[in-house]
Design a protein around this ligand. Sequence first.
Ligand code: AMP
Length: 213
Amino acid sequence: MRIILLGAPGAGKGTLATAIKAKLGVLHISTGDLLREELKNKTPLGLEAKKFIEAGTLVPDSLVIQLIENKLAASDIVKGYMLDGFPRNKAQAEALDAMMTKRQQPVDIALYLEASLPVVLQRLTGRRVCRACGAVFHLTNMPPRQAGVCDACGGELYQRTDDNEETIKKRMDVFLDTTRPMIEYYRAQNKLVTVNADQESTEVVKAALKLFS
Ligand code: AMP
């Protein structure tokens, strides 16, 4: 199965991706995670991307397309792939179509997690992420057993630098102006499926997984 996850920041793409990966065994590629890894390792690409991530704007297409190409070249995608946070604009969607047509592995389904603004704001401001394993928690919706400590691996929980109100607003603007039109792009290809992502995350996951049973 070859899947694209679309949705505003905070819509729950990462949580759903973990569940889909567990069920289908597809390769999960999150451009946000790849970029944060480059940043952590202080690579030239990471340092170039830093200012865009911190401002809540899009990293240049050439950099993220290169990241995706490198990841695909180094990975086994026999069981399929799931892209989370990519494509985010038309140029990226067209680049992806070209890449996947060449590999004869076109996208099967674009899953749109539709969430409203107050819901995503509440989710993002309370989000905490494990520095070691990337597990995601929420101060009120899904608190860890011990404050500041990951339930899964005991790692330290932190707040992403771009999960502050000012940057969240910018990221939402970018989503509405640039990424939301991708919904029409995939609708026109008859690949779009919409899931109500204002529901609790367990319900979102349940509704989405039904599509793959
Ligand atoms: P995310 O983890 O998906 O919320 O992404 C965090 C930040 O990484 C975004 O606000 C962008 O600055 C950058 N980013 C992630 N994916 C992309 C992409 N496909 N194109 C451009 N920038 C991206």
